[in-house]
Write a protein that binds this ligand. Structure first.
Ligand SMILES: C[S@@+](CC[C@H](N)C(=O)[O-])C[C@H]1O[C@@H](n2cnc3c(N)ncnc32)[C@H](O)[C@@H]1O
Length: 539
């Protein structure tokens, strides 16, 4: 049962059809929000008496695929960014239609909290009593109306058509009534309406910027705890709702950034462009092209990698080890003691982005890496990621629990990277659904594992060797508190200046707090919110 649309109680004033200012989806779309000329060829919008699955084929393909993604995410715990691309390929949806479907699916997932608060004001029952499929259809309609430049009548009628095809005539009527109600107010009016009763600023921002309140609170604490202002919160949450740019990594020694840019210019069809990354010599920002079309990406000399990930990896790899002698500990670093830097460990390597960058750097320096990963299928992805790296730069890819490495191979490595399993709260931009899946309960489980992995890494590195602790979460429990807890139990570790190491790579202009650890932010650096702590085993 899909529920009834509530009547009356519209926030703000009513507006006419053209009042939202959108001439609809951009110029090249017709009144139905479809690409001009293409709709008839695809038979979009036609209805038949066939079975629902057959009828669905007649609905707008882009909206259909977005609905399928939402269903997969809801019912199979799938990741939208893994589900959508193969669906688009399988259905031959390309170009602007693919971009439309992507924005519709990802935007709806990201802004679900905002839209649910709006929808809740338009129906006469709690949302958990609305049929989940119908709720997804309403969210898709709300995003077209309030988050995309789709003309009102197209947003409503196409979504109602989708509802008829996928959920039946009764649901379509309900969807029609609710979407018409939503369309009578602007986004600004709705944002005001849904926050009238907000008890505090964080709850208000969490609602308008579509984050669970506990995450908004954790972000605020992380901002303050890493030397930024609580006033950043609005900007940060807004940045989480903005799709990240596609950034490539040119793996050193395998392909130069210039060569990679040349490949995009010469080998990729269409209007692809590149610009150098802001902080690293390896990053290249790509627009207008599918990375898989680039030869260097296909053979593994380059990859897709957030620039924050590149930056922390380069800073870690560039931090010198010390000779393992007591002379060195006393400051005499020229005592002739051996200072090998040739055996590197990536303790949590899957799917292999950082391992591939590390291995390419290792290859240039005559070092080699061991890539460890607990999940066999992710270890296979690491092997694929390392495909283009010279064989002598990779000792092995192994499947194993990183917590055992310190016991099994004490002091065996010159440097160890712990890119710890974490909540991923720093990468909400690229994982549209993840904010709704995470719970505060995840923190306790993950921080126990993080402490054990970091302890193991410190045991596995030799005296004088370097350990990098990285998370793609800014949550203080996963970053500063893990490091503090682990260091409280040992006296053989010194904390290094990670900020200085990052500046060595990114230059002095990179805005960093006056701290030894580093926290990157989407709204400041344009990267995922990566954390880096650098440690050294006392020599
Ligand atoms: C944040 S991801 C690493 C990302 C990777 N460094 C990259 O850049 O592609 C964390 C990884 O740790 C793995 N992991 C989880 N528990 C582990 C354990 N006990 N030992 C080793 N790896 C573990 C997860 O399977 C996951 O692949």
């Amino acid at each position: 049962m899909s529920g009834e649309a509530r009547t009356g109680g519209t926030p703000g004033h009513e507006r006419g059809q053209g009042g939202r200012g959108g001439s609809g989806s951009p110029d090249r779309r017709d009144a139905h929000g479809r690409e001009r000329g293409a709709a008839r060829a695809r038979g979009a919008g036609q209805r038949s008496e066939a079975a629902p699955s057959q009828r669905a084929k007649g609905a707008d393909p882009a909206r259909n695929v977005a609905f399928d993604v939402l269903q997969e995410v809801a019912t199979s715990d799938a990741y939208a960014n893994l589900v959508l691309p193969p669906l688009l390929r399988a259905r031959g949806i390309r170009g602007r239609d693919a971009a439309f479907a992507t924005e519709l699916a990802y935007g709806t997932l990201r802004l679900r909290g905002r839209y649910d608060a709006i929808i809740a004001q338009c129906v006469d029952r709690p949302l958990d009593q609305v049929d989940p499929n119908v709720l997804d259809l309403l969210r898709l309609g709300a995003h077209q109306l309030l988050g995309m430049r789709v003309a009102q009548h197209a947003a409503v009628s196409e979504t109602v058509g989708l509802a008829r095809a996928r959920a039946g005539a009764g649901s379509a009527q309900f969807v029609n009534a609710v979407l018409r109600k939503i369309s009578r107010s602007t986004l600004e009016e709705w944002l005001e309406a849904i926050t009238l009763d907000a008890p505090d600023d964080v709850t208000r921002l969490a609602t308008t910027q579509s984050h669970p309140v506990w995450i908004a609170r954790a972000m605020r604490e992380a901002l303050v705890g890493t030397g930024r202002s609580a006033d950043d919160l609005a900007e940060l949450l807004e940045a989480d709702n903005t799709a990240p740019r596609v950034t490539l990594v040119a793996r050193p020694g395998l392909v130069s950034r210039e060569r990679l840019a040349g490949e995009v210019a010469h080998d990729v069809r269409g209007d692809a462009t590149t610009t150098p990354g802001r902080w690293t010599p390896t990053a290249l920002v790509l627009s207008g092209s599918d990375p898989a079309a680039i030869p260097a990406v296909r053979y593994g000399a380059a990859g897709v990698q957030d620039e924050g990930s590149q930056l922390v990896t380069l800073a870690f790899a560039g931090t010198p080890t010390l000779p393992a002698t007591s002379d060195a500990a006393a400051g005499d670093r020229s005592g002739g003691a051996a200072n090998p830097d040739e055996r590197w460990l990536d303790l949590c390597a899957g799917p292999g982005g950082k391992a591939a960058l590390l291995a390419s750097l290792a290859g240039e320096q005559g070092a080699r890496i061991v890539a460890n990963e607990v999940a066999p299928h992710r270890a296979r992805l690491v092997e694929q990621a390392l495909a283009a790296v010279p064989a002598d730069a990779v000792e092995r890819v192994q499947v194993g629990d990183g917590r055992q490495v310190g016991v099994e191979e004490p002091g065996a490595y010159d440097r160890v990277l712990v890119d710890a399993p974490c909540t991923g709260l720093g990468a909400l931009r690229r994982r549209p659904e993840s904010r709704w899946r995470r719970t505060p309960g995840d923190i306790a489980t993950l921080t126990t594992l993080q402490r054990e992995l970091l302890g193991s890494a410190l045991d596995a590195v030799r005296p004088g060797g370097v350990v990098g602790y990285v998370t793609c979460s800014p949550h203080l429990a996963e970053t500063q508190l893990v490091v503090k807890d682990v260091l409280a139990g040992r006296d053989d570790v010194e904390v290094l200046d990670a900020a200085a190491a990052v500046r060595q790579v990114a230059g002095d202009d990179i805005p960093l707090a006056d701290r030894t650890d580093v926290q990157l932010w989407p709204h400041v650096h344009g990267t995922d919110a990566m954390h880096l702590t650098l440690l050294r085993r006392r020599a």
